[in-house]
Write a protein that binds this ligand. Structure first.
Ligand SMILES: Nc1ncnc2c1ncn2[C@@H]1O[C@H](COP(=O)(O)OP(=O)(O)OP(=O)(O)O)[C@@H](O)[C@H]1O
Ligand SMILES: [Mg+2]
Length: 458
């Protein structure tokens, strides 16, 4: 995770940088917007830009857009300066962080931007076989196509292949082809020359050049349009690329790993994906089984996530009770490992002591044996989840009432910890803070961090 701080590096913003560094981010800093643009063009792989509101945030975000660079920007400023925050968000900043920085908030923002997890956990023979195969192909330069349902761990496996390859000391660069609009993707992948389009005021290196000597992950590559597929094919065949607006091919030495959660053969049959490109990418093909097909992975994964999130939230280690494990093992896991990971994150935050019991495990949808996975009315988490069920006691309340009660109850449960509450509620910290401010303005008592007493609503 590479963070670029833009603005004068002093006082609270320097502290924010330090916190990010302690949380494992590589932090670089530049004073001016023009300097920031130079860094962003130079192929250093910045994942996140944090800009001081005293800089012209709108100008920076506008330039990033005009030059078709794909990087999230967050703004920060001293105190809760509402005007500055609103201006920054309107300009396109993803979040506003009030300074002096809250260590937890910085950690949450970094986590939201990059899901950085490098360990690959496996206990089931089906998954161990997949990892064996991946490690066998890792040292070669062959392209690899990884398929599998959403959340099965395609990116995790791609990183693992990179780590086990001779290119491990080079960069691992990931591009999500589905998340970037077609007209920006070309520039993102291949870079551009000055003057290639309005807004291209300088040369910019693309992801291929950034990944030179390393690995380029083309995530969800089945979503790429036909024209770009042709350009990509050329890059793979000739091992050279053309920057947009460039007239000099550039040699690149890049190992390609592509992922897709579609049936690629069907895409080819339906003429949505070039057959020649498919054969190029599919030198080696690995399908990751769904979590349902590898039940022996559930226990080690759950334990791994319990440990990871306890540590990330500064909590002492928690063990999973046999009943909770039983519930986890009989769930259907439509969202695969990602769903399990989120479930365990919530469970760690909900569990009141060192044991994660069934009460803390919130499962939605059906379990495998069609029975309700866990506890009765004593299950706080389940009760919160079920609060919106039709026919419940909520009829007669407004949506705003229910939302307020849910937010305050959750906050209460988390002893006033905003980061934890926002995670459980599935909303951003900014949204939570705005809601709380609204309630405070209306005279509602809000649980403060460390508070255990009941909130006084009304
Ligand atoms: N074997 C594993 N060990 C540890 N963590 C894993 C494993 N598999 C998946 N995860 C975690 O689950 C989440 C989803 O994994 P990943 O992003 O690799 O899935 P994906 O198949 O690329 O999903 P999508 O199709 O939605 O892009 C990540 O947070 C990842 O860290
Ligand atoms: Mg993915």
């Amino acid at each position: 995770m590479r963070l670029l701080i833009v603005g004068t590096m002093e006082g609270p913003i320097a502290v924010a940088g330090k916190i990010a560094h302690q949380r494992g981010a590589k932090v670089s800093h530049i004073d001016t917007i023009s300097g920031a643009m130079n860094v962003l063009r130079s192929g250093q792989g910045i994942d996140l830009v944090m800009v001081d509101v005293r800089c012209d945030v709108a100008d920076l975000i506008n330039q990033i857009k005009l030059e078709r660079i794909n990087v999230p920007t967050i703004a920060c400023g001293i105190g809760n300066d509402a005007d500055a925050a609103v201006r920054a968000i309107k300009a396109g900043a993803k979040e506003y962080i009030p300074l002096p920085p809250d260590a937890e908030l910085i950690a949450a923002v970094l986590q939201a931007v990059t899901e950085e997890s490098h360990n690959i956990i496996a206990g089931d023979p089906a998954m161990k076989a997949v990892i064996d195969m991946a490690e066998k192909v890792a040292p070669s330069a062959a392209s690899v196509l990884i398929t599998g349902e959403s959340g099965t761990g395609k990116e995790v496996l791609a990183r693992h292949i990179h780590r086990k390859s001779n290119r491990a000391s080079g960069n691992f660069v990931a591009v999500n082809c589905a998340a970037i609009p077609d007209n920006l993707l070309e520039s993102e992948l291949f870079g551009h020359e000055k003057g290639a389009f309005t807004g291209a005021v300088a040369r910019r290196l693309g992801k291929f050049e950034e990944a030179n000597g390393g690995t380029l992950l083309l995530d969800e590559m089945s979503e790429m349009d036909m024209r770009l597929q042709a350009k990509l094919l050329r890059a793979l065949q000739e091992r050279e690329i053309d920057r947009v607006g460039g007239n000099q091919p550039i040699k690149v030495d890049v190992r390609i790993i592509a992922t897709s959660n579609r049936n690629m053969e069907e895409e080819v049959r339906n003429k949505r994906f070039r057959e020649d490109l498919y054969f190029r990418l599919n030198v080696m093909s690995i399908r990751i089984p769904t979590l349902r097909e590898r039940p022996l992975d559930i226990k080690p994964l759950s334990e791994f996530f319990a440990g990871k999130f306890a540590e990330a939230n500064g909590l002492s280690a928690k063990t999973i009770s046999p009943e909770a494990m039983q519930a986890l093992q009989s769930h259907h896991w439509r969202g695969n490992v990602r769903e399990l990971e989120n479930t365990m994150h919530r469970a760690v935050l909900m569990a009141p002591d060192s044991i994660i019991g069934p009460d803390a495990v919130v499962l939605t949808g059906q379990s495998l044996n069609n029975s309700v996975a866990s506890g009765g009315m004593a299950n706080t988490a389940q009760a919160i989840m079920n609060a919106g069920a039709p026919g419940g006691s909520l009829v007669g309340k407004t949506v705003a009432d229910v939302e307020r009660d849910l937010i305050i109850d959750t906050l209460q449960h988390c002893l006033g910890n905003r980061t934890h509450a926002a995670t459980i509620l599935g909303i951003s910290i900014r949204t939570l803070r705005n809601k709380l401010k609204e309630y405070t303005d209306k005279g509602v008592n809000i649980p403060m961090p460390g508070e255990t007493g009941r909130a006084n609503i009304g």
